[in-house]
Design a protein around this ligand. Sequence first.
Ligand code: NAP
Ligand code: GCO
Length: 267
Amino acid sequence: MNNFNNIFSLEGKIALVTGGAHGIGFEIGKALSYAGAKVVFNSSNQDSADKGVEDYAKAGVEASGFVCDVTDENAVNKMVQTIEKNYGVIDILVNNAGLIKRIPMLETSAEDFRKVVDVDLNGPFIVSKAVLPSMIKRNQGKIINICSMMSELGRENVSAYAAAKGGLKMLTRNICAEYGEANIQCNGIGPGYIATSQTAPLRERQQDGSRQPFDEFIVSRTPAARWGETDDLQGPAVFLASNASNFVNGQILYVDGGILAYIGRQP
Ligand code: NAP
Ligand code: GCO
């Protein structure tokens, strides 16, 4: 049999998924494990890390959880050193940890703006900088940055988030540019509107059980006419983590049900 099926295999690989205890990161972590990788993840607190390990185990995945704030360079370096000592060099990094604040720009404090940019942009920079040296020594590595529709589009009340996710798109391209020759592939996944705890406030039903106007708007702007589910991101993540994408670099793969290609349903 030809080895084509192996092109998506992650057997023997070690994958770090930041913020991988729940939501999109959790589903991506499961998928990478099902494709053969050993998955490690971090959370910002012990309770979430512990629950994440339990939830992975329920899904048949033996994941290892760490408590580490992605904005804390010393903590990140220590976590990466511990992972490399206990499990081996990180082959795949998914920069998934993220934060959003939905506040009109003029009501956004500089502190709020800095906090969102710190987690959503500085975090991926810090973690990528920690894992790249070992990847470069081995002349191979995969970095997947979880971007957003807001890497391409603006919308009211998410100025800090859009600025951070737009920057993350360009950080993705810059890592590609700087380390592609070391056989590092750095790409992004741009999820559309996905049903997670982060978007729960946008999807809560109104008193009469009807959808919120923004919920209706998103469904009307999505050709798939639905919100995305976290498992919609599993296949794209395995593709970008595997040998199947060894000549794909600096790209943002939008998994958005077609939003970016569509003017919106006619009134
Ligand atoms: P989520 O459920 O809120 O997950 C975000 C994760 O980030 C949480 O697990 C949290 O970890 C972790 N995190 C936040 N700040 C952290 C920090 N300082 N250090 C370490 N971990 C931190 O949200 P999600 O919807 O799954 O989003 C995951 C990623 O996808 C984010 O980057 C988000 O911007 C992006 N995204 C989401 C959507 C969507 O529609 N949901 C669409 C496009 C992009 P703990 O709670 O475990 O501490
Ligand atoms: C929002 C949503 C979006 C999604 C995602 C879209 O308030 O507009 O939270 O930002 O999370 O980033 O791709």
